[in-house]
Design a protein around this ligand. Structure first.
Ligand code: AMP
Length: 449
């Protein structure tokens, strides 16, 4: 039987006290009250999750299609893991690492990046017996004490792909492809790759010697940071973004001209594999990346025509050895989730659609509220999501909430329905209602949904 629900009820509807204007304003707009998130750390609010979900879905798809296993390592690790692994001459460790000493005296660090942790876990758990090569992906927060600015945070998320225990160039290409795919599957357009090779233990020293020779006469002309790099980590001279250093950088010797025959062969293969997979890449002979452990291929993922770096990575043939582990080459990438979201917003990529419950539970009176709790458990068992606005008392407010949620049906229960073991199922589009025995609700909703 169809009838208008309000006719059923002649009991007075209690209207909750409306918040005073001032009170409402403060809750809606937010208010400073003595605490705020720490500088450079940001809250991830529901709206942002709609974007994150899209990226997560893309990353899960890639892991499934390309065979990467999920791994998660702790946010706190032994500080030496990064000092030795990521390297003391990298800014990430020397300037930006959050370190702490526990009450027990352990020197720990909040991870500034995940690769050394993954390598540690692979060795510590003997994963080479089961996963060889080990293909993993991770997702989680990283911490760097940098000057916060647009797209640069002190706590930010990275997802990354790693292949451990192989030096086959095919995995260098696969890591690049997986990183590119993570962006394109998040529906980003014009995603490109910059790629270079910085050689290995054999050929790099000869190259850095040439680089130093070239820069020696120019030290009075380059920036102060470059003078420091000249002494600490000459390769990073090519990473300088200062305008005054640009002309020297442009004329500097290129690592590609100084690769040993093995690195040359490997890099050629990487490029051939990328061609085979139709990966849009360009050679960038000044690309060196900021972490100390990189060897052979290095790459960066970016949006064409912008300087938005979505991520990057490269080979790390000696990282395991540097940490005191076995000889175990690897290759990996890290993508910045906030940067991908920034690019999605710029390109107006739609976030993942919000999945609303199609059923909304509406009560009148305490007994009905209680009865709906057990009905909801039945709906849960039946796989039917049902939302509610139990904190609201008035029928009108609850139905308004159901409307806002976009629910297709409201299940309305009042005192009488509790007594008669019935419920009203209201079609939220046209307002039609039918009275249904409580024990048939699941069946009726199943048919309707
Ligand atoms: P890296 O681990 O330095 O190779 O960085 C890989 C990617 O992580 C970068 O391309 C950025 O997208 C992202 N990223 C690095 N540092 C930050 C930061 N402080 N805030 C936000 N994203 C970052």
């Amino acid at each position: 039987m169809m009838f208008h629900f309000l006719m059923q009820y002649n009991m007075p509807i209690k209207i909750p006290r409306a918040p005073k204007k001032q009170e409402k304003k403060q809750v809606q707009r937010g208010r400073k009250f003595g605490f705020q998130s720490v500088k450079g750390m940001h809250d991830i609010l529901p709206d942002e999750f709609a974007y994150r979900e899209k990226i997560e879905k893309a990353v899960r798809k890639i892991s499934l299609f390309y065979g990467f296993e999920r791994i998660e390592t702790p946010m706190l690790e032994d500080r030496k893991l990064y000092e030795r692994g990521t390297g003391l001459s990298s800014e990430v460790v020397s300037k930006q690492m959050y370190t702490l000493r526990t009450k027990g005296g352990d020197a720990l660090a909040l991870r500034p990046e995940c690769t050394p942790g993954v390598v540690r876990a692979y060795i510590e758990h003997g994963l080479a017996y089961t996963f060889n090569p080990g293909k993993f992906y991770y997702w989680g927060p990283m911490f760097r004490h940098e000057q916060p600015q647009a797209g640069r945070y002190r706590q930010f998320y990275q997802c990354g792909f790693e292949v451990l225990n192989s030096n086959d160039p095919v995995y260098h290409a696969q890591i690049i492809q997986a990183s590119l795919r993570a962006c394109t599957e998040s529906k980003l357009k014009q995603v490109h790759i910059k790629v270079n090779s910085i050689g290995c233990r054999q050929c790099r020293p000869n190259y850095t010697k040439k680089l130093k020779e070239y820069y020696r006469g120019k030290l009075s002309k380059v920036c102060r940071e470059c003078v420091k790099r000249y002494g600490d980590n000459p390769l990073r001279l090519l990473d300088c973004k200062q305008e005054k250093c640009a002309p020297y950088k442009a004329e500097a010797p290129q690592s590609l001209d100084h690769l040993c025959s093995v690195c040359k062969r490997d890099f050629k293969q990487v490029l051939e594999y990328l061609d085979e997979m139709k990966v849009p890449y360009m050679l960038d002979t000044t690309l060196v990346r900021g972490l100390d452990y990189y060897t052979r291929t290095v790459f960066e993922v970016f949006i064409e025509g912008t300087d938005i770096a979505l991520g990057g990575g490269g080979g790390y043939d000696y990282l395991s050895e540097t940490l005191g582990g076995p000889r175990m080459p690897g290759v990996g990438s890290a993508l910045g989730i906030e940067r991908i979201i920034e690019a999605m917003k710029l390109q107006e990529v739609a976030p993942a659609p919000r999945v609303n419950a199609r059923v909304f539970l509406v009560y009148m009176g305490d007994q009905a509220k209680k009865r709906l709790l057990s009905l909801r458990e039945e709906l849960f068992e039946a796989g039917i999501p049902a939302h509610e606005a139990f904190a609201k008392e008035s029928l009108k407010a609850q139905l308004k909430a159901a409307d806002k949620e976009g629910a297709a049906y409201a299940v309305i229960v009042g005192q009488r329905e509790v007594f008669e073991e019935m419920a009203l199922v209201r079609d939220m589009k046209n307002g039609n209602q039918e009275s249904v025995p409580m024990k048939k609700i699941v069946e009726v909703l199943r048919k309707k949904l």
